[in-house]
Design a binder for this molecule. Sequence first.
Ligand code: ARG
Length: 262
Amino acid sequence: MKRIFALCAVLAFAVMAMAGCGGNSAAPASSGSGSKVLKVGSSIDFAPFEFQDETQKDYQGFDMDLIRAVGKELGYEVEIQNIGFDGLIPALEAKNIDVIISGVTINEERKAKVLFSDPYYQSGLSMIVREDNNDIHTFQDLKGKKVAVQLGTTSAAAVRKIDGVEIKEFNTPPDCFMELKTGGVDVVVNDRPVNDYYITKSGATGVKGLQDLLTAEDYGIAMNKDNKELQEKVNGALKKLKENGEYQKIYDKWFGGVSKKQ
Ligand code: ARG
């Protein structure tokens, strides 16, 4: 009998050890694994925030540098998974990931599902048309036009509110740009800094960006609803990175020459 008890005790201990109950308080609450890994989800299709550069194995961009800096500040190893934009919040709710950083706009609808960090970037929506287009200048001109947007984004929601628009939803902004070039749509509505980067840095030809801005939006890092502890830590890290100049360095690397937005 005693031996069975002893065996049970050993087994219980082994199970606990495997489950990582060794008292590692630094673990993100949602991972429950005790390892110091921060599981990050991002839709890697949004240069200059998150994208894959053919010549490099690691994901690149402002968000990627920022979340790595946050992880470093908190003592976590950062592991980034590429998940389609409309699958990110479900993945967070299912606790497959600890945070989302993906140019996610903070809004009331999403606040019902996730916790947001303090805002880390000020954005908005703008339009891209073909170079020879002369009849679209402002968002008022979209009536009767075919518009490409990324699935599940604030662009999709905003365009839906405009009467008489034919919306075509695509998985990624690059898919939207492609559709514009091949003539399937008249205009792409997407986040302004991503549109600007596409026009000025990616060598895009035959298209032009328009000045008119629809909505002002703030990006936030999202956490699971019941991970208030991680939200506080992430906010603490963001504050520190702003104070010690690291945030500005990352900002300048990706938006150099443009004045600081926040
Ligand atoms: N800011 C917009 C939103 O929250 C678009 C974000 C898209 N992000 C991305 N990585 N594709 O809906």
